[in-house]
Design a protein around this ligand. Structure first.
Ligand code: NAP
Length: 284
């Protein structure tokens, strides 16, 4: 039975991704259209944090706060001041700074932390992938590969390509990029999901001969890889930075819900084997 006197457990989701929105929907009572099961689980307070990069973000269910915390110290303070019981880093696989801040802040504030990371893409037969570890490496690889480049790595990293004066770039981003950027470029303001048919047409219309992408692993943006494979176009794939040491990882929101159940259940109700074998225990 839930303890009526106890305030709801508070979970902070670091968001900005489809997974973070799906997780909030799964956790906020009634958000998925279902009625919460009576007396089954204590209620949760769910807050999602967004960086504030996108002008009109897709908002998740539950409470939302927007803007940076002021480094790991600011995040640790926020966790304490808002009595957060569990922290879930469901940010984009390339949002490296906030993920490291989350690891430091969670350790400082003694709050259990989980990272949600969708699996990365894997090359298929017919793919011509050139895997690199940074945007600088991607830029260095481009002159040897082509002259009409479809750049889908986001507007924030455009400075890494600004010195490339010969190739022409088609840059797709949610909001308009700001300088510095490559001198010869066209901007396409759009956000996924994208279809293979649409990506095929885009490659043809702009005579694209190289695609550049981060290994974001999202289904919503995977169609460009299929279109590139069909067209025999090389793809420069920027590999992901690693998840900070010691942080357990869930591959999807469903796994994150299981982890959260184990972490937020009252000690007496915590089953010994809630966490599946091979899945790091939240308290380790
Ligand atoms: P980042 O480089 O890892 O973080 C830079 C700073 O932005 C952090 O130090 C933090 O500021 C603030 N920040 C980042 N995510 C935040 C969040 N969810 N809530 C509050 N503050 C946040 O981050 P990024 O790569 O610019 O990504 C920013 C956001 O866009 C993330 O929420 C991410 O999920 C989303 N996103 C990123 C990408 C990508 O390719 N990087 C793609 C799609 C969506 P303070 O130090 O002041 O706390």
């Amino acid at each position: 039975m839930p303890d009526a006197a106890r305030p709801p457990r508070h979970v902070l989701i670091l968001g900005g991704t489809t997974e973070a929105r799906r997780l909030a929907t799964a956790l906020v009572p009634g958000a998925a259209g279902q009625e919460p099961a009576q007396g089954a689980e204590p209620p949760l307070r769910v807050t999602t944090s967004l960086a504030g990069r996108v002008a009109a973000p897709r908002l998740p269910a539950g409470e939302v706060r927007i803007g940076g915390f002021g480094g790991p110290e600011g995040l640790a303070r926020w966790l304490r001041e808002h009595a957060v019981d569990a922290l879930i880093d469901a940010t984009h696989p390339f949002a490296d700074t906030i993920s490291h801040n989350a690891a430091l802040a969670a350790a400082t504030a003694h709050v259990p932390l989980l990272a949600v990371r969708r699996p990365g893409w894997v090359p298929e037969p017919g793919d011509d992938w050139h895997q690199v570890t940074s945007l600088d490496e991607a830029a260095a690889a481009l002159p040897a590969l082509g002259s009409h480049i479809f750049l889908t790595t986001g507007r924030m990293g455009l400075a890494h390509f600004a010195h490339l004066t010969d190739p022409w770039f088609l840059v797709r981003s949610v909001d308009a990029p700001e300088p510095p950027h490559p001198p010869r470029m066209e901007v396409l303001l759009d956000r996924g999901p994208f279809t293979v048919e649409g990506e095929r047409a885009l490659l043809r219309a702009h005579r694209i001969d190289v695609l550049v992408t981060k290994d974001s692993g999202a289904a919503a943006t995977a169609a460009k890889l299929t279109a590139a494979r069909e067209a025999g176009i090389p793809v420069v794939v920027v590999r992901r930075p690693p998840v900070p040491d010691g942080v357990p990882v869930a591959a999807n929101p469903e796994e994150a819900v299981n982890w959260l159940r184990a972490v937020t259940a009252p000690p007496s109700a915590r089953p010994v084997h809630t966490v599946p074998i091979g899945f790091p225990h939240p308290f380790h």
